[in-house]
Write a protein that binds this ligand. Structure first.
Ligand code: ADP
Ligand code: MG
Length: 719
């Protein structure tokens, strides 16, 4: 959120020296204005309103007890831990802490009276609680449930709670639409924004918790309606603006009738589009044909296309992009294709020149790591118009790049780009009031019908069918302890002439550690596989790829792997997107528990691209605790149970819950925090209609609504 979007009166107080640590942490969560805080809703609640007696406890209950510490010691067996015994007058309970600070130890000294809250487990030695939340037993019990907010490291719940309370008290919470407007959705949902927010932050203990958990409570309905409405107004507004823009009309060139009468021996020059179709080694799927038609229809209009092409990994989006490019080039205009990483851009470049150069197309290549001379040449080709197609990374949108006549801009893996970058690409056609047609591609799908209503500002094409002949990838969960068996499996694959990816984990905030880890694994695998010969008869090559390598080096390694001269590619997550090596049949992901679900799905999509049976091994490690965390388990389970990208996306949202929209928000993705497209379809329909009403009849309220919900983010939704 840009600082300029917040007026002094609605920012948090900040010190003269700049932002304090609390403000910084809040800003990380996107909480800058009072209203942001008011709209930061709890993930869940804890019931601290009552005290239970240990006497009444049952195995597995989560409860709060009030008790006196009778014993406290640091024990070292089986590992260092703080062991505390408490007595509530009806029974005793042992509290165990594996991580603890001296201050906590002090607060748990013998004689202290505390309230502890956690899950009780029975056992041979009586009740125990593992890592309970606790506080000293002073003061009254709270009257409402205690909210637990999504937070970041360094921002404790009590601090965040205080900030939210202040935000709630100061923010303008007046309604932008009347509660009655929601009557058609749900006759009970007649809550004002203020009531809904006050309630959701501090519900009374008698609320049916299930209605909060599944967000069916009328207060939640109001919030979701609000959120969807903001998203719809914002998109509708930009769609209306775009309708006034103009774009070059790019009509599909048709094959001229061959005049048999003249008996000419001149070769018939096919338009590029026909030429490419004829040259492809495969037939397009019905879904590909349909989306190509949708795109062609848009490009023939004089309003800029604004289309999202979605399709699961491996669905074949690249060839669709290539066909769109040929239509543009046939019409005498330039086309640009931008990809988020150099490896991916390079791969597109190779594939596209493979297809298009023989047809006479001149292609330029742009990246940040080019030699000065090469770069100058490329820039000149682009400016003169000699380059009909330009492929590259972010380098494509740099100021120095002047297109002669850019008419079609294609963005691959569009969710990896920020809004500013999308806008920059759109501004590359330097004609008054004109913009190029824009085609965005993504493998993060939402169901087609939903996508069409959700993206009010985008037209959506969906490739909902994989090319024929793919064998599903078998996914296996393997404990890190059985790593050697996995290496054995790799030997087998190499002996069969297949190739293998080994992906090393992301170690948060430490690229250096990532690197050590990947290097180690590489050395280890190279040694373990030194005696295996691959199909060429040479010792199997094991390569290493990581983000710190110079781009030339990366290219060289990637080329070896693509051309089949390298059996195993060990890499950090740089291969995450789009790489296409059909002979690769095994994907090993180390520390799979550290990856996000959609990331795992993307990685798995690198195999199963040929006809051979492929597998994905998710190596997981349980760490010290001896078991996987809840969400990690859910993610890995989802990976084993389904390979359908739509289902993965749905589960991902479900697992991440409303708390984890931040990454997406930062990358500019217009994501919903509260509404769930799978569930709230009626609300979405309502919001779509209401957006028209508000924009047409109450433009000021519409403005206020969008500013409140999207703040500085609303520009994101335009791009
Ligand atoms: P993605 O949609 O993930 O970008 P790609 O465009 O990389 O997928 O395509 C994956 C692979 O499928 C490529 O090797 C591509 O050449 C191939 N492919 C695309 N369309 C078809 C088709 N209709 N039939 C067979 N193979 C296809
Ligand atoms: Mg792709």
């Amino acid at each position: 959120m840009s600082p300029s979007s917040a007026t002094p009166s609605n920012t948090l107080p900040s010190t003269a020296a700049g932002k304090g640590p609390v403000e910084k942490a809040l800003a990380k969560l996107g909480l800058v204005r009072d209203i942001d805080l008011a709209l930061h809703l709890p993930l869940r609640y804890e019931d601290e309103t009552r005290i239970s007696k240990l006497r009444d406890a049952r195995e597995g209950d989560t409860l709060q007890i009030e008790a006196v510490v009778t014993h406290c010691e640091v024990s070292f067996r089986p590992r260092r831990q703080l062991v505390v015994t408490v007595d509530d007058g009806t029974d005793t309970c042992t509290l165990r802490f594996f991580n603890f600070y001296p201050s906590q130890q002090k607060a748990l000294a013998v004689g202290c009276r505390i309230r502890a809250r956690g899950e009780v487990k029975g056992g041979f030695l009586g009740w125990t609680m593992l890592h309970p939340a606790f506080r000293s037993a002073s003061g009254e019990l709270p009257k409402s449930l205690t909210p637990i907010y999504p937070t970041v490291a360094g921002l404790a719940q009590p601090t965040l709670r205080k900030a939210v309370l202040a935000g709630l008290a100061q923010a303008d919470l007046s309604d932008t639409f009347s509660p009655g407007d929601l009557r058609q959705i749900n006759p009970q949902a007649l809550w004002t924004l203020r009531d809904a927010l006050l309630f959701l932050h501090h519900p009374k203990p008698d609320v049916a918790l299930a209605t909060l958990a599944d967000q069916s409570h009328p207060a939640w309905q109001r919030l979701k309606a609000e959120e969807l409405l903001a998203q719809q107004i914002s998109q509708l507004r930009s769609r209306r603006l775009r309708a006034h823009l103009r774009a070059p009309v790019l009509r599909l060139a048709v094959v001229e009738e061959v005049d048999l009468a003249t008996d000419s021996t001149d070769p018939v020059l096919l338009p590029l589009y026909e030429g490419l179709l004829a040259k492809l080694p495969f037939a397009l799927t019905a879904a590909q044909l349909r989306v190509v038609e949708e795109i062609a229809r848009d490009m023939a209009r004089l309003v800029p296309m604004h289309r999202l092409l979605q399709g699961d990994v491996g669905a074949g989006k690249t060839v669709v992009a290539a066909l769109a490019a040929t239509i543009c080039i046939d019409a005498g205009w330039q086309c640009a294709l931008m990809a988020p990483t150099e490896i991916l851009a390079e791969q597109h470049f190779r594939k596209l020149i493979g297809w298009l150069e023989p047809l006479g197309v001149t292609t330029a290549w742009l990246t940040g790591n080019q030699k000065a001379k090469e770069r100058r040449d490329m820039l000149a080709m682009i400016e003169s118009g000699e380059a009909q197609l330009v492929v590259g990374t972010h380098a494509v949108i740099q100021e120095k790049v002047h297109f002669k006549n850019l008419a079609l801009a294609i963005i691959d893996e569009q969710h990896r780009f920020g809004v500013a970058q999308r806008l920059a690409l759109r501004s590359k056609l330097r004609h008054e009031g004109m913009e190029p047609h824009l085609l965005m591609m993504t493998a993060t799908p939402i169901p087609r019908t939903l996508a069409m209503s959700y993206y009010a500002d985008l037209d959506v094409s969906t490739i909902d069918e994989l090319p024929p002949g793919r064998t599903p990838v078998v996914t296996k969960l393997v404990n890190e302890a059985r790593r050697s068996e996995v290496v054995e499996r790799i030997r087998q694959q190499i002996a069969l002439g297949r190739q293998v990816y080994w992906v090393c984990p992301l170690i948060e905030e430490s690229e250096a550690l990532d690197l050590t880890n990947a290097t180690q694994t590489h050395t280890e695998l190279a040694a373990a596989l030194a005696d295996v010969c691959d199909s060429i008869g040479a010792p199997a090559q094991v390569g290493l790829l990581h983000s710190r390598m110079a781009s030339e080096e990366k290219k060289a390694v990637m080329a070896e792997f693509v051309q089949g001269r390298m059996a195993v590619l060990v890499s950090t997550t740089v291969i995450e997107v789009g790489v296409d090596v059909p002979n690769a049949s095994l994907m090993v992901i180390e520390h799979a528990e550290r990856f996000g679900l959609s990331q795992l799905h993307q990685l798995r999509g690198r195999v199963g691209r040929g006809a051979a049976a492929s597998a994905c091994v998710l190596l997981y490690s349980t760490g010290d605790g001896g078991r996987l965390g809840e969400t990690a388990r859910e993610r890995l389970k989802a990976m084993v149970e389904t390979s359908d990208g739509f289902e993965i996306a749905r589960r991902d949202l479900e697992i991440r819950g409303p708390g984890e929209f931040l990454g997406a928000r930062q990358s500019g993705e217009a994501m919903l925090r509260f509404a769930d497209l799978g569930v709230d379809t009626a609300l979405l329909d309502w919001a779509r209609r209401e957006a028209h009403v508000l924009l047409d009849h109450h433009p000021l309220l519409a403005e206020k609504h969008v500013a409140r919900w999207l703040g500085g983010k609303s520009e994101f939704l335009k791009a």
